[in-house]
Design a protein around this ligand. Structure first.
Ligand SMILES: [Zn+2]
Length: 231
């Protein structure tokens, strides 16, 4: 679903005026509102009209002793995919876990668990992106540099399965990797329980660097789908 449509649907469904959504303090948002908030920020970023919210000295001091991020983001480490920028969010809004290829491994999953269990973030977004170097290396059967071999090894089995599908092989591979990571997170017992109870939603997202837009990836698995809730 295109982002603009997604945001509109979410806003209409939740009965909120767009302006109210922008101004809303994001901490404590339901999964659905948290997602709408992120996607609206991405619209601002893509259109070149970011608000750069919650980046003042006052905000820095406000969150200096306590954090309550409304979403966790597991994102590729690529320098062009900074979550606070592409979602136009501020200090203390996002609990960000970054690694090349946005892979899922024990330590990375532990950070996501901390965000949803201890900090009560209600949304987890796995962000992959256009022209990802790590996924490109995984598609290439030649040996990757030794220091990224474990990253590439983690992605390779998934992207191999995407071979032969119609469309661009790299785009397909990035999408396959995102879907796989979402599923792996949902397979973690703690996240599984929180998702099943509707307390946490885990979604995949593809960031197009050319357009600046983020699109949701297959947001229709039973556990990714959260019941509509208010704050
Ligand atoms: Zn990447």
């Amino acid at each position: 679903m295109r982002v603009g449509k997604m945001v509109l649907v979410a806003i209409v469904a939740l009965g909120m005026a767009p302006a109210a959504l922008v101004a809303a303090e994001p901490a404590g948002l339901s999964p659905a509102l948290a997602l709408a908030h992120l996607l609206e920020g991405n619209q601002r970023f893509a259109q070149g009209t970011p608000q750069s919210p919650r980046r003042s000295v006052e905000r820095r001091l406000e969150v200096a002793h306590h954090q309550a991020p409304f979403a966790a983001v597991l994102c590729c480490a690529d320098s062009r995919v900074a979550p606070e920028l592409i979602f136009d969010q501020g200090l203390g809004d996002l609990f960000v876990v970054r690694v090349a290829g946005n892979i899922e491994q024990e330590d990375l999953a532990a950070s996501v668990k901390y965000a949803v269990h201890h900090l009560h973030a209600r949304l987890v977004v796995v962000v992959g992106h256009q022209r990802c170097g790590a996924v490109t290396a995984a598609l290439d059967d030649n040996e990757a540099p030794y220091y990224v071999e474990h990253v590439v090894r983690s992605i390779r089995p998934v992207v191999r399965e995407s071979r032969g599908q119609p469309g661009d092989p790299l785009v397909n591979a990035v999408h396959a990797n995102i879907r796989s990571v979402v599923q792996r997170l949902l397979d973690r017992p703690l996240i599984h329980l929180l998702a099943k109870a509707g307390k946490v939603r885990v979604v995949g997202a593809y960031y197009d660097m050319d357009s600046g837009l983020v699109d949701l990836v297959d947001d229709d698995s039973p556990h990714a789908r959260a019941p509509r809730e208010e704050r």
